[in-house]
Design a protein around this ligand. Structure first.
Ligand code: Z5A
Length: 209
């Protein structure tokens, strides 16, 4: 049976993930056939309920440990009900954030440490690693400028630049440690150029250039 491919999109606030998910899905549909797009936290009924709790401003005092465990609770549902069945059925899965976000946001941003987060990942999904992770990298100030003006900020969006700097360092560390999987995409240029870079990266990753 054909096994699908798993592509994840990562980045800090305002990096342009939403557009990237659409670009990657369109490329995969053209080159591979059956594709689903999904997101974390979320992607299932229970996962979306957990997402609401995680983003609520009134949970501002949530312990970092609670936060990471809720992220993984949502992920457990997502893996069981959506990701594993889709991949087993030969579909390509394009996911807006996955475990790298937990390493970057909870491991670095909340200072829990990458090793503790990676231990949870090892326990939950030692069998599944993304085939390709596209890290849209944008300077924190520019990302925050782009994201400004949207609806009232959620619990993460309300964080200070220092928090997002730590998260960005987390992604840089992941790219250093997993150079074959995590590709840094410069998300500073205008959208058309970023889209072109994404398409070239997909060609190289799946068609060898
Ligand atoms: N989180 C976590 O802590 N741990 C985890 O394990 C997981 C998640 C899975 C919700 O995720 C929060 O959960 C997230 C991390 C945390 N919080 N934060 N920050 P989310 O992915 O749903 O939240 P988000 O990062 O706020 O996603 P977003 O709002 O969809 O951001 P984006 O997709 O990167 O931005 P965008 O909407 O595509 O772009 C923002 C604006 O910039 C928009 O107007 C675009 O048109 C514009 N833009 C984008 N690219 C460009 C370029 N190249 N030029 C000019 N303008 C651009």
């Amino acid at each position: 049976m054909a096994i699908g491919r798993f592509i994840t999109i990562e980045g800090t606030e305002g990096a342009g993930k939403s557009t990237a998910v659409a670009t990657v899905a369109a490329w995969a549909e053209q080159h591979a056939g059956s594709v689903i797009t999904t997101r974390e936290p979320g992607g299932t009924r229970l996962g979306e309920e957990l997402r609401e709790m995680l983003l609520r401003r009134r949970e501002a005092g949530m312990a970092a440990e609670t936060e990471v465990l809720l992220m993984f609770a949502a992920r457990a549902e997502h893996l069981e009900r959506v990701i594993r069945p889709a991949l087993a059925g030969g579909q390509w899965v394009v996911c807006d954030r996955f475990t790298d976000a937990s390493v970057a946001y909870q491991g670095y941003g909340r200072r829990l440490g990458a090793d503790r987060v990676e231990a949870l990942a090892q326990w939950l999904h030692a069998d599944i690693t993304p085939d390709l992770t596209l890290w849209l990298d944008v300077p924190v100030d520019l990302g925050l400028q782009r994201a400004a003006g949207r609806s009232a900020p959620d619990r993460f969006e309300a964080e200070k630049a220092r928090f997002f700097e730590a998260v960005r360092e987390g992604y840089a560390d992941l790219a250093r440690r997993h150079p074959g999987r995590v590709h840094r995409i410069d998300a500073t240029p205008e959208l058309a150029e970023v889209t072109h870079t994404l398409q070239r990266t997909l060609e190289t990753a799946f068609h060898g250039g």
